[in-house]
Write a protein that binds this ligand. Structure first.
Ligand SMILES: Cc1cc2nc3c(=O)[nH]c(=O)nc-3n(C[C@H](O)[C@H](O)[C@H](O)COP(=O)(O)OP(=O)(O)OC[C@H]3O[C@@H](n4cnc5c(N)ncnc54)[C@H](O)[C@@H]3O)c2cc1C
Length: 380
């Protein structure tokens, strides 16, 4: 039986990144990816900061985004535009191929088309036979086989995301459109994002069985008669499980629900966690992974996002619409464009404290969010 220091299960962005990090530090690593040609299940939006930190090449960028158009459920609309791009839309399928290539070049044995079907002590059972590994990294997505065999719990919530790529002209070039409409995306939101030749129109919802039908309604309402090039459905985990590692098994990326609770984006947090986990394992300090998750910025932002998500999912359509209408205030818009950070949403609160001229608007927002007592109930 072939033996490795580490077996990584899943060759998505998180798995390839851990494996690349490990092999580049001399750790003997194997990576198993069951479906290297899987359909695109991602809008591909990341901040310009994330692009830089994760070292994503310019050639993978399909679009630069300078702003966002927010549509409320009852007709309110706000357009926020920054002087320079704050986010990019990437070619996600090519990112996965690129990262697996980097892992291979660093010395990882990449086994594509191979599924992991069980774990038994230090033996990883796969469709290509058994392999021995000292440590196992589960980067196998929200419904992780590794987590199941290691007895680790599931993410707290799993949303269903459904997305179509359509051929149409962007209605707001250089902007992502967001639809905060519980009728179209119950429990989350919908989007339309220019991505080169196509627009990615999608939604995520906590009413998974209705996801396809809801996407059909969104397309019919917003982009009637458009040509759908392709579509797919995927899962978005929200809220990390209570445990993401055992003595020899470590979960990372979507398997550990390292996503932003307010947007479902997982490329940045999962990418950061993967780099850290790889470095820690290479130094023999994997026991510190839990501290990093608990005490680091990513953990802090996920906890903040979870609280904010509880507030947002409780808002009625008219409250959501009022909030969107508030965003039209030029001073507030300018402030949000200047300090808003899609990777660290909690930053806004700190900055708001230092901007007394915006406190009256802050109070209005507080009222739209249901007042102090309702907020306290969720934040407490
Ligand atoms: C509709 C939608 C839109 C999204 N939009 C964005 C966005 O705009 N920005 C953003 O940052 N994030 C977005 N996300 C989230 C993002 O796609 C994920 O966070 C990201 O893919 C997580 O990467 P990962 O490597 O952890 O998992 P995955 O990308 O899911 O990779 C897991 C891999 O493991 C493989 N695998 C699973 N089980 C096994 C097994 N038993 N054996 C071998 N291989 C296995 C799978 O084939 C897969 O390739 C979106 C998600 C969805 C569903």
């Amino acid at each position: 039986m072939k033996g490795f220091d580490v077996a990584v299960v899943g060759g998505g962005p998180a798995g390839s990144r851990v494996a690349w990090e490990l092999a580049s530090k001399g750790v003997k690593t194997v990576l198993f990816e069951r479906s290297p040609q899987a359909p695109l299940r991602c809008a591909g939006i990341i901040s310009t900061t994330a692009k830089m930190v994760l070292g994503i090449l310019d050639e993978l960028v399909l679009e630069e985004l300078k702003g966002v158009v927010v549509h409320g459920p009852l007709g309110a609309e706000a357009i926020l535009t920054a002087p320079v791009p704050k986010a990019v839309v990437i070619d996600r399928k090519r990112l996965d191929v690129f990262l697996r290539r980097k892992a291979r070049e660093a010395g990882v044995e990449v086994r594509e088309g191979v599924s992991v079907i069980g774990l038994d002590g230090d033996t990883v059972h796969t469709t290509a036979g058994p392999f021995r590994a000292g440590l196992i990294v589960g980067a196998d997505g929200p419904v992780s086989t590794v987590a199941r065999y290691a007895g680790l719990p599931r993410p707290r919530e799993i949303l269903v995301g459904c997305q179509a790529e359509i051929r149409a002209k962007p209605r707001y070039p250089g902007h992502a459109e967001i639809f905060l409409d519980p009728g179209i995306a119950p429990g989350f939101f919908a989007w339309a994002v220019p991505a080169g030749e196509v627009i990615r129109v999608g939604l995520a919802t906590n009413q998974g069985r209705r996801a396809r039908e809801l996407l059909g309604s969104l397309l019919a309402r917003e982009f009637p008669r458009c040509e759908v090039v392709r579509s797919s459905t995927g899962l978005i985990p929200i809220g990390p499980p209570s445990r993401v590692f055992t003595g020899r098994v470590f979960l990372v990326g979507d398997a550990a629900a390292q996503t932003k609770p307010l947007t479902g984006g997982g490329l940045y947090y999962g990418g950061l966690a993967a780099s850290i986990l790889g470095r820690l394992i290479a130094r023999g300090e994997q026991h510190r992974y839990g501290d990093w998750l608990r005490e680091g910025k990513v953990g802090e932002e996920i906890r903040f996002g979870l609280k904010m998500r509880r507030i947002f999912t409780d808002l009625s359509p008219s409250e959501l619409d009022q909030l969107v209408a508030l965003l039209r205030d030029p001073e507030l818009g300018e402030f949000l464009v200047a300090v808003g950070d899609m990777d660290c949403p909690s930053r806004i609160l700190g900055e708001l404290r230092r901007a007394p001229h915006l406190w009256p608007l802050g109070l209005k927002a507080l009222r739209a969010l249901g007042g102090i007592s309702r907020l306290a109930r969720f934040l407490g």
